[in-house]
Write a new protein. Structure first.
Length: 205
């Protein structure tokens, strides 16, 4: 019996298999981690590009808040003398999502936020989806901020040329390692900013 036990202790024929079984989980975690980091960086890059192309489209086409392009601060309730700059007390900022424009500050907000242009918002999202197909309209925001550019009663275009920010927020990313648990992580916000140009039409190069 003693000889049998001694022989079993000294037997190393299956040691490689045992060592492999111990190391395999660590190797799989390491491999999946490399793949997931690559996927995350790829998604990150596409999200940044989507916001850049989305804001480029937003500044050269109809604004989501139609009043940005059509409201006259000289003739409207604001009654700012023609040629005067438009201060933040009249309009500071507003944020548009997939259903409405809100969070507006300034006395002219009631005229600037309506009507909401659903087609303009959808077109922006569609342009962004060319770079990030999994993007949902609920993850997109378009923000307009007073840049101080523009003059009341401008006869050649919109009275104001706001800074336009297109933002992706609350977008989920599912690593392979969490797929079995149907879990995901939330990516940080991505945004790009440009000054509004003509703010008219539905085409952009």
């Amino acid at each position: 019996m003693r000889k049998l036990i001694t022989a079993l202790i000294r037997d190393s024929r299956a040691s490689s298999a045992a060592e492999f079984a111990l190391v395999l989980p660590l190797l799989l975690i390491f491999l999946l981690g490399i793949i997931d980091v690559g996927r995350l960086m790829w998604t990150w890059n596409r999200a940044e590009k989507a916001t850049q192309m989305g804001v480029r489209y937003a500044v050269t086409t109809d604004p989501v808040a139609t009043g940005i392009a059509t409201y006259s601060f000289a003739a409207g309730a604001s009654s700012i003398p023609q040629g005067s700059s438009i201060g933040t007390s009249y309009f500071s900022s507003m944020t548009c999502n997939s259903t409405t424009c809100g969070s507006c500050s300034g006395s002219a907000c009631a005229s600037l936020t309506t009507p909401y242009n659903t087609t303009a918002f959808t077109n922006i999202v569609d342009r962004m989806r060319a770079f990030l197909p999994e993007l949902s309209a609920a993850n997109v925001e378009v923000q307009y901020n007073n840049s101080g550019i523009g003059y009341s009663g401008d006869p050649n275009g919109p009275d104001i040329a706001p800074l336009v920010t297109v933002r992706i927020r609350d977008m989920a990313f599912q690593p392979i390692a969490l797929a079995l648990f149907n879990a995901s992580i939330t990516l940080p916000s991505f945004s790009a900013v440009l000054t509004m140009e003509d703010g008219n039409g539905d085409r952009a190069n």
